[in-house]
Design a protein around this ligand. Structure first.
Ligand SMILES: [Zn+2]
Length: 240
């Protein structure tokens, strides 16, 4: 038995969800582990299997578990990454409470500062990461997902190198929003920028030039922000 408490309140579903979520957050179930089966959980919580199924679906939507099919199938705990925060922002964006204009403006404040910090925090072990991220932009892409992943690696690497994990969370969340819009309205014409456009930032970071890195990043963002804001219109039309 896993020591979940029987549910007594009338908020059965929420209670089950909170207990399951806490069991993951507290590390009782670790990334890669499988949650007990519906049947086991329903016995322990003393609720119907339908409630358990709903709670597990809610966990899946929030990114806490991934469902696998097949004989070894079930709800597996995902590695809690930055996705939760990104998904929360994404929900706000989808419900029209955030606009691309808002996001572009914040990116313009945050990412040059991230580039500056990356330059100040830079050591030789970071050079490989940046150069590799840059080279991967030039490899032929197999899908739009792959392409946008490659073209945002330098942004993600800088957020990693800057040494502040909260900056990294924010940058990755903003990139996730950008990717959502670009992928939804994607065509070659619509892609934000091609490969090779981060070289100015990378050179400034490698030479430890904080001001230069910030300036280059701001310049880079300004080049495609306008396009991104235009793409939002198409995106909203598709979802209205
Ligand atoms: Zn870029």
């Amino acid at each position: 038995m896993i020591q979940f408490k029987p549910v007594k309140t009338n908020r059965i579903f929420e209670d089950v969800l909170v207990q399951l979520k806490d069991s993951i957050l507290s590390g009782r179930f670790k990334p890669g582990e499988k949650l007990p089966s519906e049947r086991e959980l329903s016995l322990e919580f003393q609720v119907s299997r339908g409630v358990i199924r709903e709670a597990i679906r809610a966990l899946e939507l929030r990114g806490f578990v991934g469902i696998r099919q097949g004989p070894a199938g079930g709800a597996y705990v995902t590695d809690l990454t930055f996705n939760q925060v990104g998904n929360a922002f994404l929900d706000l964006f989808k419900t029209n409470k955030l606009s691309m204009q808002d996001i572009a403006q914040v990116r313009l404040h945050v990412e040059p500062e991230v580039a500056r910090q990356a330059a100040l925090n830079f050591n030789t072990s970071h050079e490989d990461i940046l150069m590799k991220a840059e080279q991967e932009e030039h490899i032929d892409y197999v899908s739009y997902e792959d392409r946008i992943d490659r073209l945002t690696r330098v942004h993600k690497s800088l957020a990693r190198i800057c040494g502040n994990q909260f900056f990294e969370v924010i940058v990755r969340s903003m990139l996730m929003l950008t990717a959502e819009v670009v992928l939804t309205v994607a065509s070659d014409h619509d892609l934000l920028h091609g490969p090779g456009e981060h070289q100015g930032v990378i050179q400034a970071v490698i030479s430890g030039d904080g001001d230069g890195a910030a300036r280059e990043m701001a310049r880079h963002l300004q080049q495609f922000s306008h396009n991104l804001i235009k793409m939002e219109k198409t995106y909203r039309q598709r979802y209205s």
